[in-house]
Structures are given as C-alpha cells and as structure tokens.
Design a protein around this ligand. Sequence first.
Ligand SMILES: NC(=O)c1ccc[n+]([C@@H]2O[C@H](COP(=O)([O-])OP(=O)(O)OC[C@H]3O[C@@H](n4cnc5c(N)ncnc54)[C@H](O)[C@@H]3O)[C@@H](O)[C@H]2O)c1
Length: 387
Amino acid sequence: MRALVTGAAGFIGSHLVEQLLADGAHVVGLDCFTDYYARALKDANLAAPRRHDRFTFVESRLQDADLDHLLRDTTHVFHLAAQAGVRKSWGVDFAVYTACNIEATQVLLEACTRTELSKVVYASSSSVYGDDGDMPMREDQRPQPVSPYGVSKLAAEHLCYLYWVAHRVPTVSLRYFTVYGPRQRPDMAFNRFLHAMLGGGTVTLYGTGEQTRDFTFVGDAVSATIAAADRGAPGNVYNIGGGARVSVNRVLELMAVCTGTRPRIERHPVPKGDMHDTYADKGFTVLGFPCDQFGGQEPGDDAEINAFCERNFGVTFPLFSKVEVNGEGAHPLYQWLRSEKGGLLGSKIKWNFTKYLLGKDGKVIGRYSPTTKPEKIAADIEKALAA
Ligand SMILES: NC(=O)c1ccc[n+]([C@@H]2O[C@H](COP(=O)([O-])OP(=O)(O)OC[C@H]3O[C@@H](n4cnc5c(N)ncnc54)[C@H](O)[C@@H]3O)[C@@H](O)[C@H]2O)c1
C-alpha cells in the first residue's frame, strides 16, 4: 500500500500513520498544523513516524498542496484532516469549518478524479446524527446534526458519495464515535478531566453528567479505518463505535479511582450543539472485527491502574507502594518526575497512597503522603542514587 494520510499530525491520524508503517505501507503524511491546539503536541505525535524511512511528511494546507504530485503513486487515501470540535463551530469560526472540512475535502476529491485509487477513506463523525433519531444509531437513518461542525462533516460525507457516483472515486465514509486513547486532543473530555484532576484544578462538566457516549479506543478506530480501506464498499458509510454507552459521570468515577483524587466539579449548562447521547449500531460488525468497550471493568491494584491509564489515557503514574533505588541508573519514578509529563503536571500531583522510598540496603529513606511535593521525592531519590 502507498498511502496518503491527511491530518497525519493529529490525534487519530498519527496513530493511523504508525499502524500503516507497521503493516509495511509507504506513507505520505500531510498536515498544516492548524492552531486549534499546540503545535508541540502535534510534532510529538509525529516523532516516531519521522524516524521511519517509509514515511514522508508534507507540511501544507490540503487546499494549497500539489495533490496531483502527491497522489501520483498513491493507492489509498485516508482523509482525516479537519477542524474538529463541536463547541467552536458556531459564529464567525464556522468559516474555519467550511474551509477545512468542506472545501479541503472537495479539493482532495477533485484531485482524486485525476488518478486511479483503490480506496479513499474519509473520517466522518457521529456528530452527523443529532439528537432526534433512533438509538442505537443506524447508518441508514436520517442524519440531522445539531452543530455546525456536524453539518460540515455531513456535507463532506455527501461530497464523498457524490464523487463516487459521478466520478467513480471509491470513497468510504467512517462515522467515528468519540475516540479516546493516548494523544487524545486536549479539548476532548478525557484529556481535560484528567489534567484537571492531576493538576489539582476544577473539572468543567456540562450538564448533569448523565449524557452518554459510545467511546471508541483509538487502536480500534485505526483498525477499522484500515479494514475500510481493504473491504469497505465504495459509496458506503460505516459507524465506527465501541459498541457500548458510558455516561460522563462513570468516566469521572473511573478517573477518580485512577488518580486517587476526588474531582472538584464545576457545572455549566450544556452548550448548544452538544449531543445528549451517542450509540453506534453495528459498524464494527460490518467491517468484521470486535472492539473494546470503555469503562466496563474497574482496575484494581496499582499495576492494573497503571496499565489502564497507559492504555486509555496515554499516561502512567508512579503508583508504586514501594519505590526501590537499586543504583542502576535512575529509578522510573525519578525519570517520570523529570519527564515532560511529570514536569507538566508539576508539584500539584497528588499521590494515591503513602509511598515508601527504600535505599539499596532496603532501609526506608522516606515516606511520602499524598501531599508530598514530587520535588522532595526527586531530591531524595537523587541523594539515594548518589549514596
Ligand atoms: N477524535 C474524535 O473523537 C473524532 C470523532 C469523530 C470524528 N473525528 C474526525 O477524525 C478526524 C481526526 O480527528 P482528530 O481528533 O485526530 O483531530 P486533530 O485535530 O487531532 O487532527 C486533525 C489534523 O488535521 C489538520 N488539518 C486541519 N485542517 C487541515 C487542512 N486544511 N490541511 C491540512 N491539515 C489540516 C490539523 O492540523 C490536525 O493536525 C477529523 O476529521 C475529525 O473530524 C474525530
């Protein structure tokens, strides 16, 4: 496969690029680093692919790129570039949504008419459904988006269908349902909640928290996207959902367990455009594989919590009951405190349980309560390593 991935520096795009490279594909990634969130995060998303010799990166707006050149040897297009986010899509900002989501898609599809492609996979959204349809949401029910973002994603879906019917561009549209996992966009709920809890801040909650989402793990969304490139039927639309609904309150409960914090919650009215529930019907079955459901099983001990957090949130915490210093290089806890994430979360991090720091001789060097500053622990570890 020779793939063009638009939006390659984004949350889902960067995971897709990594999986395609792991599968042996040649990949051209395109992204213009829109300022919706920090470029540093997007650069970090691309760090691994950039070291790969089958990866080429093109920094450009889709509308300005030399697409005839980029598509010359391409077999598959994965079109993920878009202005995401429901809440910003009202008012003057809608112009950004029409440019990035509708115009950019049309420019790409026009270029696709001038070449032979095996498949063009478009990343649509569960936002196209709106609040008045059936549950679970079926691909054949009438989409009635309740946000300008949803309208822009639906317009691009229609363009994809149109270019299949009129020009035989083999497009497939995938309606992703709230994707979570490492590198999730900073404006999305999991990321916002977790950072608020770890940073000692306040969780902003819209509505009662009883609204539900069909959360979909990013690895599953990527597998479905690659499956669609292989066996999605041109002109079709598929739901890509985790297959279970979980309330936002349940998400908060799980995060409280993981972080050992009791979230301080500030309630706000539900913004216009937010859907109350999302719930996918059968998309995964159609593409032929199962997927994980978020929130079913509560993690138990520290190791399970760590594994849960790493997989679902892309964060690991040094939740060891005992921290041993063996003198062979810096301890993982120390490394973590010095890492970007530790630094980012700063001194406000709260510990789940009392921690012990044991020296080489097994004696306790320090005991740390939930309010001990990480700097103090880091200094103790440094001292113990030097001893
Ligand atoms: N994350 C989700 O839960 C979710 C749910 C439904 C649909 N989607 C869709 O999946 C796709 C990826 O979402 P994401 O969460 O990874 O978003 P993201 O913002 O992390 O990634 C999108 C990337 O596209 C780039 N981009 C935007 N407009 C561009 C343009 N005109 N030219 C070149 N690059 C451009 C941005 O710089 C960004 O890096 C989007 O199409 C989004 O609408 C995402």
